[in-house]
Design a protein around this ligand. Structure first.
Ligand SMILES: Nc1ncnc2c1ncn2[C@@H]1O[C@H](COP(=O)(O)OP(=O)(O)OP(=O)(O)O)[C@@H](O)[C@H]1O
Ligand SMILES: Nc1ccn([C@@H]2O[C@H](COP(=O)(O)O)[C@@H](O)[C@H]2O)c(=O)n1
Ligand SMILES: [Mg+2]
Length: 233
């Protein structure tokens, strides 16, 4: 099926207006994803760890620690999308609307941002935080990059604790309000947990109790990353 990107984006935005809680499935046109200019990794051997967990579970916090100790490059899909809005990109308004509604941006957009960031980093070890967020993200990334994650680091935390953390975060994020937080939790349960279950069925999930204090969570994270201890401090 050949779909025009602008048409797909219009459909997604219409979905946003019609129902704030439905995760609109967007068919992926993989030939567009494989734009030669954006192609990555090519023949390069790449190590990818997907870092998943509910909103506010501590993914970004722990990724910062992992980077310092184990030499990975941290790529947060959410941060890349927010940077794309700020850059004045033609997709900016669509991305902003999706984030305000807690919805998942079409894979085509997010994967291109991830590929570009991976290529520009010059590194070969990546923590991909907040991606894949749904089945469409997962299948499209695999199709385009041919990368299978080394493992999936899953931060397991109660909604009550996550909500408290987000409301105390104070980073000026447009989606850190109670209305959007509830939508993000719903999307996590309905669209993101199935991805974690998929990788669990392949024996790839390393689950962490993320309800503990930051330092204690990192002790557990360190054990998982010890085989990758290129830069242990
Ligand atoms: N283990 C922890 N205990 C208490 N507070 C924490 C813990 N981990 C992170 N925090 C705090 O909770 C807030 C959310 O953490 P963080 O931004 O790392 O979560 P996240 O999973 O990346 O969230 P999002 O999915 O919304 O980007 C931050 O203010 C952070 O300092
Ligand atoms: N794969 C992704 C990741 C994120 N988004 C959108 O960004 C929002 C914020 O993400 P964080 O990981 O920083 O919490 C998220 O709620 C989505 O709207 C996305 O679309 N696809
Ligand atoms: Mg984050």
């Amino acid at each position: 099926m050949i779909l025009d990107t602008d048409f797909v984006i219009q459909l997604v935005c219409m979905g946003t207006m019609l129902d704030a809680t439905v995760d609109v499935p967007v068919p992926v046109e993989t030939s567009k994803l494989q734009d030669a200019d954006e192609s990555f990794p090519g023949d390069k051997k790449i190590t990818v760890v997907f870092v998943l967990g509910g909103p506010g579970s501590g993914k970004g916090t722990q990724c910062a620690n992992i980077v310092q100790h184990f030499g990975f490059t941290h790529l947060s899909a959410g941060d890349l999308l927010r940077a794309e809005i700020k850059s004045g990109s033609e997709n900016g308004t669509m991305i902003q609307n999706m984030i305000k509604e807690g919805k998942i941006v079409p894979s085509e957009v997010t994967i291109k941002l991830l590929q570009r960031a991976m290529r520009e980093s010059g590194n070969d070890k990546f923590l991909i935080d907040g991606f894949p967020r749904n089945e469409e993200n997962r299948a499209a990334f695999e199709e385009v990059t041919k990368i299978e994650p080394e493992f999936v680091l899953f931060f397991d935390c109660s909604e009550e604790e996550m909500q408290q953390r987000i409301l105390g975060r104070n980073q000026g994020r447009e989606d850190d309000n109670i209305e959007t937080i509830r939508k993000r939790f719903k999307v996590f349960m309905e669209s993101s947990l199935p991805v974690i279950e998929y990788y669990n069925s392949k024996g790839k999930v390393r689950k962490i109790d993320a309800g503990k204090p930051i330092e204690e969570v990192f002790e557990d994270v360190k054990e998982i990353f010890s085989p990758y201890s290129a830069q242990v401090a």
